[in-house]
Design a protein around this ligand. Structure first.
Ligand code: HEM
Ligand SMILES: Cc1cc2nc3c(=O)[nH]c(=O)nc-3n(C[C@H](O)[C@H](O)[C@H](O)COP(=O)(O)O)c2cc1C
Length: 470
């Protein structure tokens, strides 16, 4: 049990969890080639995320006695990750003033509200992008470089936003993107997203790192509600196979394999949170200039290791051996990989993970335009999904006009979740209203009527040069 491990957190008794097993490293501390101090930092905790990149795979068998292995951690992985995440969030000080839902006017206001209402560490985890967060900023700004070419004197009476995503019909062309840590925003977590999605007939593409279990989410579904499941392939592929099997039994109607995160991105906003940067200096203060240890990776570091040996052939045949349901590959960042999706009969999901993985990655707009230029048939043969930086309905319309089938929304819905189900519902309604207004002002009534003539993306090339300054 995790609570038992936590009791052994000193040099008198030092237990550490690595890859799901508990080790007693007390006697190993003095002979550890990396020194005792670094291990003691993780005493009583899970050190897998920091251990793995630093050690050869046979380090444990070579350097530890068999008795050091106390056994597997008795707990489901989903629960232990969740417990760890929630433990890391310092309780927010009681709020004197809370941002109220009725004051939210735009999607951006949900982030302003979250800044006020959420615990700072939860906020840092959700907001974080990789490195200097340039990709995260560019995601949003790149869409702003596209302008519309409205048509006038066209009858616009009934606007219909319904569309199909991977073969299932939904009322709106955007969806709740898979994003872990819902309970950081609201104690009930992702089930509230599922419920709000049911009311609005919007897709909730559930994340396998969700803080609610697959079962809780599946059973909170409304009648006839279709939800999809996103997976990371875990190093233990049989665990992922089991998860997919259960998802199929529980009625999930589509899958995504996320491929842009075989390592966790360097999310410094998350890592920096809570670090005390200054220390009192007095004569005799120890010189610690050779202390090369860095703070643990914040909440982002708490995740199961991802299987990193797939190539296209093995990944798709593995997925196909598990399910016949439609599959999207999430994290496509160039037209060549989108063409691979088409070749393998899966759907490309153009995403840079909200700028959380590789800073310098293209925004989904750039990848979409690459596809239009180099291999436009992808757009007719696959459902091309895009995400990253969408916080205006008008930007969603730009993506649809350029050939995207649906748009994923990540952070805005996490911020909205801080208001519970009502917040999610209001966020969906806000996007919907903005899309309807945009379509009316463009002179179209349905998504099918949109095409690239309604937008002009030519100024993107000039803005690209400015990206470095963002
Ligand atoms: C399961 C117990 C562990 C064993 C058997 C072990 C073994 C080793 C070995 C053999 C090395 C030398 C690697 C090399 O030179 O290639 C090493 C280095 C190191 N280990 Fe561990 N280790 C353990 C746990 C940990 C933990 C929990 C941490 C915490 C983060 C850690 C952090 C480090 C660091 C920072 C280095 C130095 C890496 C470098 O110099 O680049 N180790 N360890
Ligand atoms: C806090 C957070 C957690 C996320 N967790 C996952 C995840 O577990 N799996 C995944 O495929 N994508 C994950 N994403 C990425 C989102 O699915 C999506 O690609 C991204 O958030 C879109 O960018 P946006 O936040 O600007 O809308 C996460 C994003 C955030 C912000």
């Amino acid at each position: 049990m995790l609570s038992e491990v936590e009791k052994h957190s000193s040099n008198r008794s030092c237990w550490v969890i690595i890859q799901g097993n508990v080790y007693d490293l007390t006697t190993f501390l003095d002979v550890h080639p990396g020194g005792a101090a670094i291990i003691l930092k993780y005493a009583g905790k899970d050190a897998t995320a920091v251990y793995e990149p630093l050690h050869p795979s046979d380090a444990i068998t070579k350097h530890l006695t068999p008795e050091s292995k106390l056994g597997p951690l008795v707990q489901t992985p989903a629960l232990s990750a969740q417990e760890l995440v929630l433990k890391k969030v310092q309780p927010a000080a009681p709020l004197k003033k809370r941002f109220k839902l009725s004051a939210v006017v735009s999607i951006g206001d949900f982030e302003r509200a979250a800044n006020q209402n959420l615990a700072p560490q939860a906020l840092a985890f959700i907001q974080a992008g990789a490195d200097d967060e340039a990709a995260k900023r560019w995601n949003e700004r790149s869409w702003r470089t596209v302008r519309f070419r409205p048509r006038v004197l066209r009858p616009v009476n009934n606007i219909d936003l319904s569309t199909s995503i991977l073969g299932t019909r939904f009322s709106l062309p955007f969806f709740i993107s898979p994003a872990g840590g819902g309970k950081l925003a609201h104690p009930q977590g992702e089930v509230l997203m599922t419920r709000a999605a049911a009311r609005r007939n919007v897709l909730h593409w559930v994340c396998n790192m969700a803080s609610c279990t697959q079962e809780e989410i599946a059973s909170s579904r409304g009648p006839d509600q279709s939800i999809f499941w996103q997976i990371y392939a875990k190093t233990d592929l049989t665990a992922s196979e089991h998860e997919i099997k259960l998802a199929i039994q529980r009625g999930f109607k589509g899958f995504a394999l996320t491929v842009d995160a075989i390592r966790a991105g360097n999310r410094e906003r998350d890592v920096r949170h809570g670090i005390e940067e200054f220390e009192e200096v007095s004569e005799g203060t120890a010189d610690n200039s050779d202390d090369f240890t860095t703070p643990d990776g914040g909440i982002s570091a708490i995740r199961a290791p991802v299987y990193s040996s797939f190539d296209w052939d093995s990944a798709i045949s593995w997925l196909r051996s598990q399910t016949d349901l439609p599959i999207a590959i999430k994290g496509i960042q160039c037209w060549e990989d989108a063409a691979m999706c088409m070749k393998y009969n899966v759907h490309p999901w153009l995403s840079n993970h909200g700028g959380r993985q590789l800073d310098g990655a293209p925004s989904s707009l750039e990848t979409l335009l690459e596809i239009r230029k180099n291999c436009p048939e992808i757009l007719s043969r696959c459902d091309v999904i895009v995400d990253g930086g969408f916080n205006r309905g008008s930007d969603i319309v730009k993506a649809l006009a350029l050939g995207a089938k649906a748009v994923g929304i990540g952070r805005p819905f996490l911020f909205a979740l801080s208001f519970g189900e009502a917040g999610i519902s209001k966020a969906i309604g806000t996007f919907k209203k903005e899309i309807e207004t945009t379509l009316a002002l463009l002179g179209v009534e349905t998504i099918a009527q949109l095409d690239p003539t309604y937008v002009d993306a030519s100024s993107l090339q000039y803005s690209q040069a400015l990206r470095a300054l963002l």
